[in-house]
Structures are given as C-alpha cells and as structure tokens.
Design a protein around this ligand. Structure first.
Ligand SMILES: NC(=O)c1ccc[n+]([C@@H]2O[C@H](COP(=O)([O-])OP(=O)(O)OC[C@H]3O[C@@H](n4cnc5c(N)ncnc54)[C@H](OP(=O)(O)O)[C@@H]3O)[C@@H](O)[C@H]2O)c1
Length: 264
C-alpha cells in the first residue's frame, strides 16, 4: 500500500516511536492526525513533518473512552475518511511484581491494553463501512516473552496479541488489515516515562535504550511493514530473535532471561 494521500491517525505522537513514525509517514506522503496528552510536544512533531500545514494535532488521552469518538469526528470533518490507525501510545514499567501496587498494574493495562482496544472499537465501524483500512499496533518483543521487573508491561503487550490476532481472524473476509509491530529496544524516552511500583516516573534513561536502534531507523522499517500490510513484523536489535529462540529451546530461554536483564 502506498501512503501517498492516505489519512493516518497516530496515538502517542508527541515523542519517541510515535513521533518517528509520524515523520516517516509524512515523508511517504500521508496526511496525519497526531494525538497525545502534551500539546506543545505534539505541535513539535507536526512541525517536524513534511507538509506540516496539512497535518492536525489534538490533545487526547487514550484512557478517556469518550474522547475517541471526538477524535474520529474531527478526522471525518477534516478529511471525510480514515485509512489507517497506529495504536502506539504506551507506558513502560520498572518494578518487580512484589513492589508494584495494584493501581499501577491497572494504570499500565488501561494505557497499553484498553488504550489500544477502545480506540480500535472507535475506528472499526468506519473501516467496516468502507471495507478497507489498516490497524497497526506498536507491540513489543515483550508481547511474546516476559522478563523480571516488566511483568505487567509484558502482560499488557501479550494481551494486545490475543485481541488483535483475534480481530485479524474476524476480519479475514474483509479488506481490513492488522499489523502487529513486535518492537525490540528503540532509543526513546520510554524508560524516563516508565512507572515504578509506587507510580512515580522512573525518570532516567537506561543503557538498553541509550544504545538502542534510533527511532528514524525503526520508523523506516516499521512503515515498510505497514505499507506491505504485514501481519507481524519483528524490528529491533538481536533481541528480536528471542521469540524464535524461545520456540526452539524454551528451557534455555527460561535459564537465560533472569541473567541478561538489568536490575532496574
Ligand atoms: N522504546 C522501546 O524500546 C519500545 C520497545 C517496544 C515497544 N515500545 C512501545 O512503543 C510505544 C511508544 O513508546 P516510546 O518508546 O516511543 O516511548 P515514549 O517516548 O515514552 O512515548 C510514549 C508516547 O505515548 C504517549 N502516551 C502515554 N500515555 C498516554 C495516554 N494516557 N494517552 C495518550 N498518549 C499517551 C506519550 O504522549 P503524552 O505523554 O504526550 O501523552 C508519548 O507520545 C509504546 O507502546 C511502547 O510500549 C517501545
């Protein structure tokens, strides 16, 4: 699929992967609805995109269920239709199960899981009416594996796979596609924004992300997968092979995982 003149809604477009995807989608000719909670940062994304005047920004919290229909109505008002939704908004975790409060667990599920499924509910009737559209989910290698101190985050991404693999099967007879981006370590502020067990932000960049694949490199690979309407794409460094390794030798991966992850 060519992105020229396609209308794309990207959630969590104010930083990191969402911003990089916005810049790359615009470079490929798409027109964008950019949403997130931080207005100034969203505006900075819009300005960084080619043909910046064509794109729109809207403050939107993915945990505010009523607001999804408002964004959708603004898209239809501005352009008459939507071609693609990129469900990217998300939050990381830094804490063991023991030290993570139940409120923080719920918060992570609200943003990472319901923040995708509820937006998908808001756009699906429109895609079904047109019998076309593409749903792109920014998932993680952690949607396939789990590691210490990231259990709730991994659970939220595993849950996305259950939901969106099921949705893809339900849409089998239609021209609506579902792409799951199984993302490895990418150089973004995710660790800074991650929640500790207490609910406080972690507040610092960890080594895994500082030395990881740059956002623009990720975005080029991800947008290629989106344009090819790939069902699943694994993008990142060597960690992207971990799910294959786990299938070949689950016992080895169970032994390895506690040894290679950091303490934070
Ligand atoms: N970086 C990695 O290594 C990596 C690896 C695998 C998967 N991912 C996934 O990639 C996605 C983007 O993360 P990132 O790495 O780009 O981190 P990031 O720089 O922290 O970006 C997170 C984005 O999500 C938005 N967001 C958070 N809570 C939100 C809410 N309640 N409502 C609306 N927007 C919200 C943030 O915008 P506001 O704060 O302005 O709302 C921000 O734009 C996440 O789903 C993450 O799980 C990242």
């Amino acid at each position: 699929m060519d992105l020229k003149n396609k209308i794309i809604w990207i959630t969590g477009a104010s930083s990191g992967i969402g911003k990089a995807l916005a810049i790359e989608c615009a470079r490929q000719g798409a027109t964008l609805m950019l949403t997130a909670r931080r207005e100034d940062a969203l505006e900075a994304t819009r300005i960084a995109c080619e043909r910046s005047d064509e794109h729109r920004c809207l403050v939107h919290d993915v945990t505010d269920q009523e607001s999804h229909a408002i964004v959708m109505s603004k898209i239809l008002e501005a352009w008459g239709h939507l071609d693609m939704i990129v469900l990217n908004a998300g939050i990381g975790q830094r804490g063991s199960i023991e030290e993570t409060s139940l409120d923080v667990e719920r918060r992570i599920m609200e943003v990472n899981y319901f923040g995708c499924t509820e937006v998908a509910h808001a756009v699906l009737p429109h895609f079904l009416d047109r019998n076309r559209g593409q749903i792109v989910v920014v998932s993680s290698i952690m949607g396939k594996l789990s590691t210490p101190r990231r259990a709730t985050y991994a659970a939220s991404k595993h849950a996305l796979h259950g939901f969106f693999e099921g949705l893809r099967a339900e849409l089998y007879q239609t021209r609506i596609g579902v792409t799951l981006l199984c993302t490895g370590y990418i150089k973004t502020d995710i660790s800074i924004h991650s929640l500790r067990g207490s609910g406080q932000s972690y507040g610092s960049m960890d080594d895994q992300h500082r030395d990881a694949m740059p956002g623009d490199v990720y975005a080029r690979k991800a947008v290629r997968a989106m344009m090819r309407r790939k069902p699943v794409a694994y993008i990142g460094g060597p960690e992207r092979f971990a799910p294959y390794l786990e299938r070949l030798s689950p016992a080895f991966v169970r032994w390895l995982v506690p040894k290679v992850v950091t303490r934070d």
